[in-house]
Design a binder for this molecule. Structure first.
Ligand code: HPA
Length: 256
């Protein structure tokens, strides 16, 4: 099997309709079992692996996801490029519900998650560079595809705040994230991005804005609202993924 590009799907994207699945594979890792079996298939004629971050039935909350097992399994099966899809709240005014955004920076507010492969073994302590947390080339491909398809997308630089969840933030917490320079807020960006970097995998994210972040509009945020906005966002995401994948050639997918 050729090493492939992986898509990690989040809330609203536990399956990819346009992925023709030919094999499901449960991978054991030294870190335990991944969130879901790997679904191997073809999308736009290319080999793709899909992993449902919250499990096939969306039962794993963000802090319970075994990020290490997920990333290890993908790497072990030859994946060197990952497009992560994640629902977020919009902090910046133009991050309106339904819009797609492509973060180029991240701030980690999570705690207590197993967040590195570099522990508990005799090798010297390793500090990876994380100046640019996302792969600029893969991100540019996402942006090109979004522009080409005329999607509702905000393509300028964007900072993702990774919060612990599973609760949403308080209005004061969102004001603090905004002061810190964050434009969108989600719960799964870390340690996923850092673990991908530790394994030297190229990683970019497509964030789907599901709601205005807490305090940005009057009243509470409802799950019904989030689910409604994710439906239209995910339609755009599926089109985007198909387009991006068709523009990558196999050599590019395989190279590290
Ligand atoms: N905050 C954090 N994560 C989220 C949000 C939010 O407002 N919406 C969707 N995922």
């Amino acid at each position: 099997m050729l090493p492939a590009l992986a898509i990690i799907g989040g809330t609203g994207l536990t399956a990819l309709d346009n992925l023709l699945i030919n094999r499901r594979e449960t991978v054991a890792t030294p870190y335990g079992v991944p969130s879901s079996p790997l679904s191997w298939g073809t999308l736009a004629g290319r080999t793709v692996v899909f992993l449902a971050r919250h499990g096939d039935r969306h039962s794993l909350p963000p802090h319970r996801i075994n990020y290490r097992a997920n990333l290890w399994a993908l790497h072990q099966r030859g994946v060197r490029r990952i497009i992560a899809v994640a629902a977020v709240g919009g902090i910046r005014a133009d991050m309106a519900p339904g819009v797609l955004a492509f973060p180029d920076q991240i701030i980690d507010y999570t705690w207590g998650r197993a967040s590195t492969f570099f522990e508990d073994h005799p090798a010297p302590v390793t500090h990876i560079d994380f100046t640019e947390p996302y792969c600029a080339t893969l991100r540019a491909r996402l942006i090109d595809a979004a522009r080409m398809l005329n999607l509702e997308a905000v393509c300028d630089p964007c900072t993702y705040a990774a919060t612990q969840g599973p609760r949403l933030e308080s209005a004061a917490e969102v004001r603090r994230l905004e002061r810190d320079g964050c434009d969108i807020v989600g719960m799964t960006g870390m340690p996923e991005a850092a673990l991908a970097r530790e394994l030297e995998m190229r990683y970019a994210a497509c964030a789907v804005v599901a709601n205005r972040a807490a305090g940005k509009v009057a009243g509470p945020i409802t799950m019904a609202e989030i689910e409604r906005n994710l439906v239209s966002g995910m339609v755009q995401t599926r089109m985007l993924l198909e387009r991006v994948i068709s523009t990558l050639d196999e050599t590019e997918i395989r190279s590290s």
